[in-house]
Write a protein that binds this ligand. Structure first.
Ligand code: GDP
Ligand code: MG
Length: 171
């Protein structure tokens, strides 16, 4: 019930961190071990119900490949929200995520709601390369959300979008 508010949301992050899988999990509640690579960007929509309103996300899933990086501003321009994804088992992807956050803060919308997602939380602890405390501290310093997600087992995926929806302007 209530009004429906529309927001553009963009996913950013290095290749193979699970951006497309997170979107497919959120939008269709499916997971594919061999998710086909994104070319350029894909567009999907999905809504979340809050207490008194519905937030409808217009989601741009970008390709994170370096060669497309120059196109990123096209996708994050005008975005109300951004999910910057890294793979918890890949330290380099965490460094990449931090550089995406920096770029968004410098060149994105001044009020963009940013969520950092440490994905592949289902992997065994022995494969983890980024500690929760480290990413959490970074997120707090930069006043952004941090959640650990798994597109594979669905944990925290809906919650990620709900937490973003709660931070979006009420108007
Ligand atoms: P993208 O390039 O960031 O869009 O990454 P994809 O969504 O295409 O996923 C890349 C690879 O990571 C695929 O082989 C997925 O099956 C795998 N993957 C994605 N999310 C998860 C996850 O939460 N857990 C695990 N274990 N693998 C995942
Ligand atoms: Mg992809």
């Amino acid at each position: 019930s209530g009004s429906v508010r529309h927001f553009k949301l963009v996913l950013l992050g290095d290749t193979a961190v699970g951006k497309s899988c997170l979107v497919v999990r959120f939008v269709r509640d499916e997971f594919f071990e061999f998710q086909e690579p994104t070319i350029g960007a894909a567009f999907l929509t999905q809504s979340v119900q809050l207490d008194s309103s519905v937030v409808k996300f217009e989601i741009w899933d970008t390709a994170g490949q370096e060669r497309y990086r120059s196109l990123a501003p096209m996708y994050y321009r005008g975005a109300s929200a951004a999910i910057v994804v890294f793979d918890l088992s890949n330290k380099e992807s965490y460094n990449g995520a931090k550089s995406w956050v920096k770029e968004l803060m410098r060149r994105g919308d001044p009020n963009v709601v940013i969520a950092l997602a440490g994905n592949k939380a289902d992997l065994p602890a022995s494969q983890r390369k980024v500690e929760t405390e480290e990413a959490q501290a970074y997120a707090e310093e930069n006043n952004i959300l941090y959640l650990e997600t798994s597109a594979k087992n669905a944990s925290n995926v809906k919650n990620l979008f709900v937490e973003i929806a709660k931070k979006l302007p009420q108007q």
